[in-house]
Write a protein that binds this ligand. Structure first.
Ligand SMILES: [Zn+2]
Length: 598
């Protein structure tokens, strides 16, 4: 990506990783790797083959803390190497450093696997006895979490065989998917010039103001997938079969069961959430119709969904984005602003676009003993300012969760997007309050609504499709025709009469990496977004008195089940009324947009 002239001055806004190591040659990096392996070896020698039930509560606590600490320290070199790799994915040196650290980390995990299995195997009765020892209470949730997999975990030998066979099975297919689709290159004529592009560059053209270009780019992208359909369909089928076989061996009940256990959400809650989302598809359709009007089209195609509104190209430099962030966070909660300021000042964030740098944005929470790092590619758009608010929200979440121990640190998936989406909403609200220009206000609202539609409605479509594909694969191999049909039908339900899909979209399923990498991951996006919308509604109702509850929720990290943690802030996810709250917020945003007039 070329760096625009006006952004050159932010080139020095690179992150400062020296809190971790002084550089890729830092001897501490290699010493840490070595030391962790040695500690894991000692741990093995001390506890392997011994029954954990024979340990007294204080001895059990000591073993558990050592098990925790080996992981926390052992992860540091790997996390550092991943950050270096994100900084420059083209560097052979960083690639090798990361691969080496990753292999060592895997080895370390295998060394202490026996203890995890012992924890999984604890009986409820024994666990209750252990929990009478006060200091063990802090581990109650992690231990209960592991125990949920007791019924589905096999012996150490079988687990080891499955791990080893996965390297040439499921993992190999995942890697093949990444490397194969990563090798795709596309030819496209843009402004009279033929260009060679990567997949993500092609997809980014969906945000182009040029309608014909949007359609041509996306169509071309999908046709290329169709041409490689044989491989993509085979990978898709193989992975679903692999999961089915493993689920069968382990005794899981249905393809979503394991994901529900991992997310700690009951099946009925997910069903309720998806059903209510479907009942509101009309709301999304109403928005699509309004947007068609704003774009001056009789009807939108699915390549118009993310089109910018005509005439709005607002540039914003990083200083402005930073001020905006700090001001809006200050207005929301001074503690948010304080943490954000520290992160910016200490340069725990990598801002500029550089050749070879990882293309998206992320926040790496690391461990409670360390602090988060953020990465983004700032190109000077409003979208980038909102991305800054989003990633900063994640960072604040991790920062606050440092109160927790390592095993309770990472927020569970369904709550992982709480602070990030909140951050985005806070900035959008602040922008809307300041912006007087009607067209700019419309653009802001559209961006917010489109974000919500992409996280709630679209993810519901993806999950329905995925569920259907897993169900059908139970009795036969899926043809690409059949997968395409399922995909088309699931999308048609959302779009209704309001959006026309381009014919190539039959292959829209084939590039979505979530289907390959993390089965049924998509529904946690719906969950997370609707939770945040409900929290936001609560904040609007209760004002500042709600803030201590929010901070408490963020500080809890992953120390409890999502329903328990949310119960503490007065939210009951098992009631339909709760899920309806989120749709009321969406309704309100659409009305706000409508009231601005055409
Ligand atoms: Zn996020």
């Amino acid at each position: 990506m070329p760096v625009p002239q006006e952004l050159e001055e932010i080139q020095d806004l690179k992150w400062d990783l020296s809190d971790l190591y002084q550089g890729p040659d830092d001897p501490h990096f290699f010493q840490d790797l070595e030391r962790s392996r040695a500690r894991a070896g000692k741990f093995q020698a001390a506890y392997k083959g011994m029954s954990v039930t024979a340990l007294s509560s204080p001895d059990f606590l000591r073993a558990l803390k050592e098990y925790e600490s080996i992981q926390e320290d052992g992860l540091k070199p790997f996390l550092y190497a991943s950050l270096l790799f994100a900084e420059n994915t083209q560097s052979e040196r960083y690639k090798a450093l990361m691969q080496g650290a990753k292999e060592q980390w895997n080895e370390l995990e295998n060394q202490i696997l026996f203890f995890r299995l012992a924890l999984v195997g604890l009986s409820e009765e024994h666990l209750q006895t252990l929990l009478t020892h006060e200091p063990l209470k802090a581990y109650e949730h992690s231990l209960q979490f592991l125990r949920r997999f007791r019924e589905f975990t096999r012996g150490e030998k079988e687990e080891e065989i499955m791990n080893l066979k996965n390297m040439t099975g499921r993992s190999a297919f995942m890697t093949l998917f990444d490397e194969f689709t990563g090798s795709f290159s596309f030819r496209l004529t843009v402004e009279g010039e033929e260009k060679e592009m990567t997949g993500s560059e092609m997809l980014s053209l969906l945000y182009s103001p040029d309608r014909e270009l949007r359609e041509r780019a996306f169509g071309n992208f999908l046709i290329h997938h169709e041409k490689n359909g044989l491989v993509l369909t085979a990978i898709f089928n193989a992975l679903i079969l692999d999961y089915r076989v493993e689920d069968g061996l382990r005794g899981y009940r249905g393809p979503m069961h394991r994901t529900h256990l991992e997310n700690e959400i009951p099946q009925e809650t997910v069903d309720l959430m998806m059903e209510i989302t479907e009942n509101h598809y009309r709301l999304a359709q109403e928005y699509f119709e309004i947007k068609a009007g704003l774009l001056g089209l009789p009807k939108m195609k699915n390549t118009d969904l993310y089109a910018p509104l005509p005439g709005i190209v607002k540039k914003i430099d990083f200083d402005q984005a930073q001020d905006l962030l700090l001001q809006s966070f200050q207005g929301f909660h001074p503690q948010f602003a304080k943490i954000a300021r520290e992160i910016l000042e200490k340069r725990w964030i990598d801002v500029p676009v550089r050749k070879g740098k990882y293309g998206g944005a992320f926040c790496a929470g690391l461990t409670p003993a360390l602090h988060p790092y953020l990465l983004m590619n700032f190109t000077g758009t409003l979208r980038d300012a909102l991305t800054l608010a989003h990633e900063m929200g994640h960072a604040i979440h991790f920062y606050l969760a440092r109160k927790q121990n390592f095993l309770n640190f990472d927020p569970s998936l369904p709550l992982a997007e709480t602070a990030s989406v909140f951050g985005e909403m806070v900035m959008t609200r602040a922008l809307l309050e300041e912006e007087k220009d009607r067209a700019a206000r419309q653009a802001l609202l559209c961006a917010e609504i489109e974000d919500i539609i992409a996280t709630v409605f679209r993810q519901n479509v993806l999950t329905r499709f995925e569920k259907e594909a897993h169900d059908r694969r139970r009795d036969h191999l899926l043809t690409s025709q059949e997968i395409g049909d399922l995909w088309w039908q699931a999308n048609a339900r959302l779009f209704g009469e309001s959006v026309e899909m381009i014919p190539e979209y039959r292959w829209g399923w084939s590039y979505i990496s979530h289907f390959i990498h993390s089965r049924f991951y998509c529904y946690s996006y719906i969950f997370g977004e609707l939770v945040v919308l409900a929290l936001f509604e609560k904040y609007q109702e209760e004002g500042d008195s709600f803030l201590p509850c929010l901070v408490d929720l963020l500080e809890s990290g992953g120390s409890g089940r999502p329903d328990d943690l949310l119960q503490r802030v007065g939210i009951d996810i098992n009631r339909a009324a709760f899920w309806e709250k989120g749709f009321r917020v969406i309704r309100g945003l659409i009305d706000e947009l409508k009231n601005m007039g055409p």
